[in-house]
Design a protein around this ligand. Sequence first.
Ligand code: FES
Ligand SMILES: [Fe+2]
Length: 386
Amino acid sequence: MTQPSQEIIRGARAAMSRLADRNTPFIFNEWYVAAFSDEVGRSLLKRTLLGKRLVLFRTGEGKPVAMDDRCVHRSYPLSAGQLDGDTVVCGYHGLRYDQNGDCIEAPAVAKCPKNIGVRTYPLAERGPVLWIWMGDPALADESAIAALPWMQDSAWAGAKGYYDLKSSYVYLHENLLDTSHLSYMHANTIGSPDYVKAPTTSEIGEGRFALVRTVSPTKLPPVWAKPTGLEGVPTASRIVRNEFLSPALYEVTTRLYDSALPEGDRPEFLIKVAHMASPATHNSTHYFIYLGRDFAQDDAAATQFMATNFFKAFDEDVAGLSLLEEVIAEQGDELYEISIASDALGVAMRRYLKGRADQEASAQASAAPAPAATAGRAPVVMMQQS
Ligand code: FES
Ligand SMILES: [Fe+2]
């Protein structure tokens, strides 16, 4: 029995210390998906994002609003109160907040105290998803939201799904970049035995990590073959581009065709999947998925078949990552992981996440005011009694 030597374990731990993991602070200066657009309506939606409790709703005019889900009075969750017109009324003592988060009424007193309220967050709606910025408001730039035009294009048919993933978003991103797992974790769904050995090329840029895998010739599993009509074709090509676009977003593009037919004279089929990872806590993630195709757009049976079968594969990832999280949590300080050459992209991506988190932490530390020499008294907001 060959176990790693202490030297190998020490080396593995030293390498791990430079990578993001479940303990790495969240990256706040980033757009994340807060919800699918149709989840947010005229009722209060409670959601934890980046470790913070939020409440989301729409005004009567349809404008989405996100605010802290904690009443400034005695911390009652606002999501347990009422949406009244465009205001939120706390369910404990009735403080009322407008859509800007300002407290505009305190029923127990004649005059509502000025300058108290809850933080609201910039939101941007893009097709089926609602993005949120929870970082420095001065840095919120909507043009930084990755354009996924296919998600809003009528020439594409789509299906969506959501998982309450019991795992850190870091491991989800790594899972998505390391597609060698398709031949094993997805052996009976989207994978095929030849996938793991198929040639790949990697692209590493600032915050962009992509893997292109060419599986050709191959025989496609039914989930790919049936809707494209490539069933039983031994010369199919499956070209897959897996791309990390941001800490919140990952896109997979798969091109399928019969390589026996001449280029330019053969039908080609594109399938895209947006994997949107929004950390809830350090070991749980809101995992939003949007699946699109550029063919058979009006074929409801194809939509149903693909949604059912692709989500079977995503179920496998979610179950697998939850298992992984359990083991990692149990290991505590004993944990070590040994990376192999095929992990290069995942390792680079995790280094990038850690770099972003460290950068934010040090910027915050240098912006924080120096501690006072003597402790001051905390200001008290008094509510005037009528
Ligand atoms: S806790 Fe919200 S009004 Fe008192
Ligand atoms: Fe997977």
